[in-house]
Design a protein around this ligand. Sequence first.
Ligand code: FAD
Length: 287
Amino acid sequence: MTLPGSLDEAVAALAAMPAAVPVAGGTDLMAAVNSGLLRPAGLVGLGRISEIRGWQYQDGHALLGAGLTHARMGRPDFAALIPALAAAARAAGPPQIRNAGTLGGNIASAAPTGDALPVLAALEASLVIAGPGGGRREIPVGHLLAGYEMLGPGELIGYVRVPLLHAPQTFLKATGRTGPGRASASVAVVLDPARRGVRCAVGAVAPMPLRPLDAERWVASLIDWDGERTLAPEACAAFGEYVAAACIPDPAPAPDGGEPGTLPPAALHLRRTVATLARRALGRALA
Ligand SMILES: Cc1cc2nc3c(=O)[nH]c(=O)nc-3n(C[C@H](O)[C@H](O)[C@H](O)COP(=O)(O)OP(=O)(O)OC[C@H]3O[C@@H](n4cnc5c(N)ncnc54)[C@H](O)[C@@H]3O)c2cc1C
Protein backbone atom coordinates (compact mmCIF):
# COMPACT_ATOMS: atom_id res chain seq x y z
CA MET A 1 0.00 0.00 0.00
CA THR A 2 1.28 3.48 -0.91
CA LEU A 3 0.84 6.16 1.76
CA PRO A 4 1.20 9.61 0.17
CA GLY A 5 1.52 12.71 2.35
CA SER A 6 -0.47 15.16 0.20
CA LEU A 7 -3.55 15.19 -2.01
CA ASP A 8 -1.47 15.81 -5.13
CA GLU A 9 0.89 12.96 -4.26
CA ALA A 10 -2.12 10.68 -3.84
CA VAL A 11 -3.45 11.72 -7.26
CA ALA A 12 0.02 11.09 -8.76
CA ALA A 13 0.18 7.66 -7.09
CA LEU A 14 -3.19 6.76 -8.62
CA ALA A 15 -2.01 7.96 -12.04
CA ALA A 16 1.09 5.78 -11.71
CA MET A 17 -1.01 2.73 -10.72
CA PRO A 18 -4.30 3.01 -12.64
CA ALA A 19 -5.56 -0.29 -11.21
CA ALA A 20 -5.06 0.85 -7.60
CA VAL A 21 -7.96 2.20 -5.52
CA PRO A 22 -7.88 4.87 -2.80
CA VAL A 23 -8.65 3.82 0.75
CA ALA A 24 -9.44 6.21 3.61
CA GLY A 25 -10.84 4.57 6.78
CA GLY A 26 -11.38 1.29 4.95
CA THR A 27 -14.73 0.59 6.64
CA ASP A 28 -16.57 0.14 3.33
CA LEU A 29 -13.65 -0.88 1.13
CA MET A 30 -12.22 -3.58 3.40
CA ALA A 31 -15.70 -5.05 3.92
CA ALA A 32 -15.90 -5.44 0.12
CA VAL A 33 -12.40 -6.96 -0.01
CA ASN A 34 -13.10 -9.35 2.87
CA SER A 35 -16.33 -10.55 1.29
CA GLY A 36 -14.54 -11.21 -2.03
CA LEU A 37 -16.46 -8.51 -3.94
CA LEU A 38 -13.32 -6.51 -4.67
CA ARG A 39 -9.73 -7.54 -5.42
CA PRO A 40 -7.83 -4.25 -5.85
CA ALA A 41 -4.47 -4.53 -7.62
CA GLY A 42 -3.08 -1.93 -5.21
CA LEU A 43 -4.14 0.55 -2.53
CA VAL A 44 -3.39 4.23 -2.15
CA GLY A 45 -3.95 5.08 1.52
CA LEU A 46 -5.28 8.56 2.28
CA GLY A 47 -4.79 8.35 6.07
CA ARG A 48 -1.54 10.37 6.19
CA ILE A 49 -2.83 13.37 4.25
CA SER A 50 -3.16 15.91 7.05
CA GLU A 51 -4.50 18.68 4.75
CA ILE A 52 -7.81 16.78 4.36
CA ARG A 53 -8.32 15.84 8.01
CA GLY A 54 -9.53 19.25 9.22
CA TRP A 55 -11.51 22.24 7.95
CA GLN A 56 -11.04 25.88 7.13
CA TYR A 57 -13.30 28.91 6.62
CA GLN A 58 -13.74 30.48 3.20
CA ASP A 59 -16.23 33.20 2.18
CA GLY A 60 -19.07 32.19 4.49
CA HIS A 61 -18.44 28.51 3.86
CA ALA A 62 -16.61 25.73 5.61
CA LEU A 63 -14.19 23.77 3.46
CA LEU A 64 -14.25 20.31 5.04
CA GLY A 65 -11.43 17.88 4.36
CA ALA A 66 -12.60 14.57 2.90
CA GLY A 67 -10.53 12.77 5.53
CA LEU A 68 -12.58 14.10 8.47
CA THR A 69 -13.78 11.12 10.46
CA HIS A 70 -17.32 10.74 11.75
CA ALA A 71 -15.91 10.85 15.30
CA ARG A 72 -14.26 14.23 14.62
CA MET A 73 -17.40 15.66 13.02
CA GLY A 74 -19.44 14.53 16.00
CA ARG A 75 -17.52 16.72 18.46
CA PRO A 76 -19.10 19.89 19.94
CA ASP A 77 -16.92 22.42 18.06
CA PHE A 78 -17.97 20.90 14.73
CA ALA A 79 -21.59 20.59 15.92
CA ALA A 80 -21.64 24.34 16.61
CA LEU A 81 -20.67 24.90 12.96
CA ILE A 82 -22.81 22.38 11.05
CA PRO A 83 -25.22 20.79 13.54
CA ALA A 84 -26.98 18.44 11.12
CA LEU A 85 -23.74 16.97 9.79
CA ALA A 86 -22.52 16.45 13.35
CA ALA A 87 -25.80 14.68 14.21
CA ALA A 88 -25.43 12.44 11.15
CA ALA A 89 -21.81 11.66 12.08
CA ARG A 90 -22.86 10.71 15.62
CA ALA A 91 -25.49 8.36 14.20
CA ALA A 92 -23.13 6.60 11.75
CA GLY A 93 -22.50 3.08 12.98
CA PRO A 94 -20.72 1.90 16.13
CA PRO A 95 -17.71 3.78 17.63
CA GLN A 96 -15.08 1.75 15.71
CA ILE A 97 -16.73 2.77 12.44
CA ARG A 98 -17.02 6.41 13.51
CA ASN A 99 -13.35 6.48 14.50
CA ALA A 100 -12.17 5.22 11.10
CA GLY A 101 -14.91 6.09 8.58
CA THR A 102 -14.55 9.39 6.74
CA LEU A 103 -16.72 11.99 5.07
CA GLY A 104 -15.04 11.39 1.69
CA GLY A 105 -15.54 7.63 1.95
CA ASN A 106 -19.20 8.12 2.83
CA ILE A 107 -19.70 10.27 -0.28
CA ALA A 108 -17.63 8.11 -2.65
CA SER A 109 -19.40 4.93 -1.50
CA ALA A 110 -22.71 6.73 -2.17
CA ALA A 111 -24.69 4.04 -0.33
CA PRO A 112 -28.39 4.95 -0.01
CA THR A 113 -27.90 4.55 3.77
CA GLY A 114 -24.98 6.99 3.90
CA ASP A 115 -25.94 9.29 6.77
CA ALA A 116 -23.96 12.32 5.63
CA LEU A 117 -25.62 12.33 2.21
CA PRO A 118 -29.09 13.79 2.95
CA VAL A 119 -27.45 16.48 5.08
CA LEU A 120 -25.09 17.46 2.26
CA ALA A 121 -28.01 17.43 -0.18
CA ALA A 122 -30.10 19.71 2.08
CA LEU A 123 -27.11 22.04 2.56
CA GLU A 124 -26.53 22.09 -1.22
CA ALA A 125 -22.88 21.32 -0.59
CA SER A 126 -20.34 21.00 -3.37
CA LEU A 127 -17.30 18.78 -3.80
CA VAL A 128 -13.80 19.96 -4.64
CA ILE A 129 -12.29 17.21 -6.76
CA ALA A 130 -8.50 16.91 -7.03
CA GLY A 131 -7.18 15.67 -10.34
CA PRO A 132 -3.91 15.07 -12.18
CA GLY A 133 -1.43 17.93 -12.49
CA GLY A 134 -2.76 19.76 -9.41
CA GLY A 135 -6.13 20.28 -11.12
CA ARG A 136 -9.22 21.12 -9.06
CA ARG A 137 -12.84 21.17 -10.19
CA GLU A 138 -15.99 21.77 -8.17
CA ILE A 139 -19.32 20.00 -8.61
CA PRO A 140 -22.59 19.98 -6.65
CA VAL A 141 -22.72 16.93 -4.40
CA GLY A 142 -26.08 16.01 -5.96
CA HIS A 143 -24.44 15.63 -9.38
CA LEU A 144 -22.13 12.90 -8.09
CA LEU A 145 -24.87 11.15 -6.12
CA ALA A 146 -27.25 11.22 -9.10
CA GLY A 147 -24.54 10.02 -11.48
CA TYR A 148 -24.67 13.18 -13.68
CA GLU A 149 -20.95 13.48 -13.02
CA MET A 150 -18.44 10.85 -11.99
CA LEU A 151 -14.95 10.84 -10.52
CA GLY A 152 -12.52 10.50 -13.45
CA PRO A 153 -9.50 8.18 -13.42
CA GLY A 154 -7.07 9.24 -10.70
CA GLU A 155 -9.45 11.84 -9.25
CA LEU A 156 -10.12 12.15 -5.52
CA ILE A 157 -12.66 14.01 -3.42
CA GLY A 158 -10.44 16.55 -1.66
CA TYR A 159 -12.88 18.81 0.14
CA VAL A 160 -16.58 19.41 0.71
CA ARG A 161 -17.76 23.03 0.59
CA VAL A 162 -20.67 23.66 2.95
CA PRO A 163 -22.44 27.01 3.49
CA LEU A 164 -22.43 28.23 7.08
CA LEU A 165 -26.08 29.17 7.66
CA HIS A 166 -25.95 30.14 11.36
CA ALA A 167 -29.44 28.74 11.88
CA PRO A 168 -30.97 25.58 13.31
CA GLN A 169 -30.68 22.35 11.35
CA THR A 170 -31.53 18.78 12.26
CA PHE A 171 -30.89 15.21 11.16
CA LEU A 172 -32.98 12.25 12.31
CA LYS A 173 -32.85 8.63 11.26
CA ALA A 174 -34.84 5.45 11.76
CA THR A 175 -32.99 2.15 11.65
CA GLY A 176 -33.93 -1.47 11.10
CA ARG A 177 -34.68 -2.62 7.58
CA THR A 178 -31.14 -2.36 6.15
CA GLY A 179 -29.11 -3.91 8.99
CA PRO A 180 -28.08 -2.84 12.47
CA GLY A 181 -27.43 0.88 12.72
CA ARG A 182 -28.13 1.54 9.03
CA ALA A 183 -30.91 3.98 8.19
CA SER A 184 -34.22 2.66 6.90
CA ALA A 185 -35.11 6.34 6.42
CA SER A 186 -33.44 9.58 7.40
CA VAL A 187 -34.40 13.24 7.15
CA ALA A 188 -32.27 16.39 7.24
CA VAL A 189 -33.94 19.80 7.69
CA VAL A 190 -31.97 23.01 7.33
CA LEU A 191 -33.24 26.56 7.88
CA ASP A 192 -31.76 29.24 5.66
CA PRO A 193 -33.01 32.57 7.09
CA ALA A 194 -31.00 34.69 4.62
CA ARG A 195 -32.92 33.11 1.72
CA ARG A 196 -36.07 32.63 3.82
CA GLY A 197 -35.87 28.98 2.92
CA VAL A 198 -36.39 25.56 4.45
CA ARG A 199 -34.42 22.80 2.80
CA CYS A 200 -35.09 19.15 3.40
CA ALA A 201 -33.62 15.90 2.09
CA VAL A 202 -34.76 12.35 2.71
CA GLY A 203 -32.19 9.55 2.76
CA ALA A 204 -32.27 5.76 2.42
CA VAL A 205 -35.67 5.47 0.68
CA ALA A 206 -34.18 5.78 -2.82
CA PRO A 207 -30.74 5.26 -4.38
CA MET A 208 -29.88 8.91 -3.61
CA PRO A 209 -31.27 11.57 -1.25
CA LEU A 210 -34.58 13.09 -2.38
CA ARG A 211 -35.47 16.79 -2.10
CA PRO A 212 -39.23 17.43 -1.68
CA LEU A 213 -39.03 20.90 -3.25
CA ASP A 214 -42.77 21.71 -3.24
CA ALA A 215 -43.04 20.81 0.45
CA GLU A 216 -39.99 22.99 1.19
CA ARG A 217 -41.51 26.01 -0.60
CA TRP A 218 -44.90 25.47 1.03
CA VAL A 219 -43.61 25.32 4.58
CA ALA A 220 -41.18 28.23 4.05
CA SER A 221 -44.17 30.39 3.01
CA LEU A 222 -45.86 29.69 6.38
CA ILE A 223 -42.95 30.85 8.51
CA ASP A 224 -42.72 34.40 9.84
CA TRP A 225 -39.02 34.90 9.06
CA ASP A 226 -38.91 38.34 10.73
CA GLY A 227 -40.73 37.12 13.81
CA GLU A 228 -40.64 34.09 16.05
CA ARG A 229 -40.07 31.43 13.38
CA THR A 230 -42.46 28.96 14.98
CA LEU A 231 -45.19 26.81 13.46
CA ALA A 232 -48.21 25.08 14.94
CA PRO A 233 -47.81 21.31 15.46
CA GLU A 234 -50.51 20.76 12.80
CA ALA A 235 -48.39 22.59 10.20
CA CYS A 236 -45.32 20.49 11.10
CA ALA A 237 -47.45 17.35 10.78
CA ALA A 238 -48.78 18.50 7.39
CA PHE A 239 -45.19 19.14 6.28
CA GLY A 240 -44.28 15.58 7.31
CA GLU A 241 -47.14 14.15 5.25
CA TYR A 242 -46.25 16.38 2.27
CA VAL A 243 -42.60 15.27 2.37
CA ALA A 244 -43.49 11.59 2.75
CA ALA A 245 -46.02 11.61 -0.10
CA ALA A 246 -43.49 13.35 -2.37
CA CYS A 247 -40.80 10.77 -1.65
CA ILE A 248 -43.02 7.68 -1.58
CA PRO A 249 -45.90 8.58 -3.93
CA ASP A 250 -49.09 6.65 -4.49
CA PRO A 251 -48.96 4.32 -7.49
CA ALA A 252 -49.95 5.99 -10.76
CA PRO A 253 -53.47 5.31 -12.11
CA ALA A 254 -53.66 2.33 -14.46
CA PRO A 255 -53.13 3.35 -18.14
CA ASP A 256 -56.65 2.11 -19.04
CA GLY A 257 -58.13 4.64 -16.59
CA GLY A 258 -58.81 1.98 -13.96
CA GLU A 259 -58.47 2.45 -10.22
CA PRO A 260 -54.97 3.44 -9.01
CA GLY A 261 -53.21 0.69 -7.08
CA THR A 262 -52.44 1.02 -3.39
CA LEU A 263 -49.05 1.13 -1.74
CA PRO A 264 -47.88 -2.23 -0.37
CA PRO A 265 -47.76 -2.41 3.47
CA ALA A 266 -43.95 -2.06 3.65
CA ALA A 267 -44.06 1.13 1.55
CA LEU A 268 -46.93 2.50 3.64
CA HIS A 269 -44.93 1.85 6.80
CA LEU A 270 -41.89 3.58 5.28
CA ARG A 271 -44.04 6.55 4.28
CA ARG A 272 -45.35 6.85 7.84
CA THR A 273 -41.76 6.68 9.13
CA VAL A 274 -40.65 9.46 6.77
CA ALA A 275 -43.68 11.59 7.77
CA THR A 276 -42.82 11.20 11.45
CA LEU A 277 -39.12 11.97 10.93
CA ALA A 278 -39.87 15.05 8.81
CA ARG A 279 -42.45 16.36 11.30
CA ARG A 280 -40.05 15.95 14.20
CA ALA A 281 -37.04 17.29 12.31
CA LEU A 282 -38.92 20.47 11.35
CA GLY A 283 -40.41 20.81 14.85
CA ARG A 284 -36.95 20.60 16.43
CA ALA A 285 -35.44 23.04 13.94
CA LEU A 286 -38.18 25.56 14.77
CA ALA A 287 -38.22 24.86 18.52
C1 FAD B 1 -20.52 -2.21 10.58
C2 FAD B 1 -20.69 -0.98 9.74
C3 FAD B 1 -21.67 -0.05 10.09
C4 FAD B 1 -21.82 1.10 9.32
N1 FAD B 1 -22.79 1.98 9.67
C5 FAD B 1 -22.96 3.11 8.94
C6 FAD B 1 -23.96 4.04 9.32
O1 FAD B 1 -24.73 3.86 10.28
N2 FAD B 1 -24.08 5.17 8.55
C7 FAD B 1 -23.26 5.40 7.47
O2 FAD B 1 -23.41 6.43 6.83
N3 FAD B 1 -22.31 4.52 7.12
C8 FAD B 1 -22.13 3.38 7.81
N4 FAD B 1 -21.18 2.48 7.44
C9 FAD B 1 -20.45 2.71 6.20
C10 FAD B 1 -19.08 3.40 6.31
O3 FAD B 1 -18.53 3.31 7.58
C11 FAD B 1 -19.15 4.87 5.89
O4 FAD B 1 -19.67 4.99 4.60
C12 FAD B 1 -17.77 5.55 5.95
O5 FAD B 1 -18.00 6.94 5.95
C13 FAD B 1 -16.87 5.18 4.78
O6 FAD B 1 -15.67 5.91 4.92
P1 FAD B 1 -14.25 5.21 4.83
O7 FAD B 1 -13.24 6.29 5.05
O8 FAD B 1 -14.14 4.04 5.73
O9 FAD B 1 -14.26 4.74 3.31
P2 FAD B 1 -13.36 3.61 2.63
O10 FAD B 1 -13.88 2.28 3.01
O11 FAD B 1 -11.92 3.87 2.86
O12 FAD B 1 -13.68 3.91 1.10
C14 FAD B 1 -14.98 3.72 0.60
C15 FAD B 1 -14.98 4.03 -0.90
O13 FAD B 1 -14.71 5.40 -1.10
C16 FAD B 1 -13.51 5.58 -1.88
N5 FAD B 1 -12.87 6.76 -1.29
C17 FAD B 1 -12.55 6.97 0.00
N6 FAD B 1 -12.08 8.23 0.17
C18 FAD B 1 -12.12 8.82 -1.05
C19 FAD B 1 -11.77 10.12 -1.54
N7 FAD B 1 -11.30 11.09 -0.72
N8 FAD B 1 -11.95 10.37 -2.84
C20 FAD B 1 -12.44 9.44 -3.68
N9 FAD B 1 -12.78 8.18 -3.29
C21 FAD B 1 -12.62 7.89 -1.98
C22 FAD B 1 -12.75 4.28 -1.75
O14 FAD B 1 -11.93 4.03 -2.88
C23 FAD B 1 -13.89 3.29 -1.66
O15 FAD B 1 -14.39 3.01 -2.95
C24 FAD B 1 -20.99 1.33 8.19
C25 FAD B 1 -19.99 0.40 7.85
C26 FAD B 1 -19.84 -0.74 8.61
C27 FAD B 1 -18.76 -1.72 8.23
